[in-house]
Design a protein around this ligand. Structure first.
Ligand code: ADP
Ligand code: ADP
Length: 239
């Protein structure tokens, strides 16, 4: 039932400063967990270590039964395919359509040319449209991403991650650039993804109130160390 187990994780970008110190964390399948903490606490670094965008300095990351820190390139690629990423600044290709951005999430940015839809099978396109529909974005499928609002762009970002059919969704400050209404839409979708699709969702947030409202569990990170871990009810009592 445990999908991700992080043990004794340390990270330093340069020799003198530890950005993560002895981080321990376990996530169950379908769990919705928030990481809260001030800017510079190491939240983003932790997510990037988990999907091996960056290499941890030491420690263990067991994901879906496989140790991530010692993988070769081919195995790393297949493990990463099971991890979807959602970013604060969406990381969409703005001159491509919504549909193209979403398809590329699964299959990589295969071509820099427009008119790339012919690269994908009917089944792949059907899946992408179903996911866009679930996120209320089907009617925007053929719009260019640069014509969308921030909240709409983030729904495309989530759709792109979901076409990978991931087991884990890592969201790095997904609502930090959004207004309250769009933030609620995005958080409601992320919650629904964990509850109805059984996907584990790990979200970096700096808004404690949002973490309290949506999380099964909250992890507090400060100066690279976990300083709190528990259910929202306990954190509310503490505050
Ligand atoms: P958070 O996401 O909680 O704001 P980060 O993980 O982005 O925290 O950053 C943690 C610390 O690591 C900060 O002091 C930041 O300046 C430093 N840091 C982040 N990325 C790098 C990098 N690529 N090189 C050197 N230092 C970095
Ligand atoms: P910030 O905290 O300001 O978003 P980061 O150091 O987290 O800065 O990231 C630097 C840039 O790289 C950002 O534009 C971010 O969106 C992008 N980025 C970070 N992680 C990934 C990733 N896994 N894949 C693609 N782009 C990424």
């Amino acid at each position: 039932e445990t999908l991700l187990k992080v043990e004794n994780l340390y990270k330093s970008y340069n020799r003198n400063t530890l950005v993560l110190q002895n981080v321990q964390m376990a996530l169950k399948q379908g769990e919705f967990v928030s990481i809260i903490g001030p800017s510079g606490a190491g939240k983003s670094t932790l997510l990037r270590c988990i999907n091996r965008m960056i290499d941890p300095t030491s420690g263990s990351i067991l994901f879906d039964g496989v140790e991530m820190t010692t993988l070769n390139k081919a195995d790393l690629r297949s493990q990463r395919a099971k991890i979807g990423m959602v970013f604060q600044h969406y990381n969409l290709v703005s001159r491509l359509s919504v549909f193209e951005n979403v398809l590329h999430g699964r299959f990589g940015y295969k071509s820099t040319l427009q008119g790339v839809l012919s690269l994908f099978t009917e089944e792949e396109k059907k899946l992408a449209l179903e996911i866009l529909d679930k996120l209320g974005m089907k009617e925007f499928a053929y719009k260019r991403c640069d014509q969308l609002s921030g909240g709409q762009k983030q729904r495309v970002g989530i759709a792109r991650a979901l076409v990978q059919q991931p087991k884990l969704l890592l969201c790095d400050e997904p609502i930090a650039s959004l207004d309250p209404n769009s933030s609620k839409v995005i958080m409601d979708h992320l919650k629904d993804i964990s509850e109805t699709m059984g996907i584990t969702v790990l979200v970096n947030l700096h808004q404690v109130d949002v973490a309290l409202k949506y999380s099964d569990r909250i992890i507090g990170l400060n100066k690279g160390s976990i300083v709190y871990e528990g259910i929202p009810e306990n954190l509310s009592n503490m505050a």
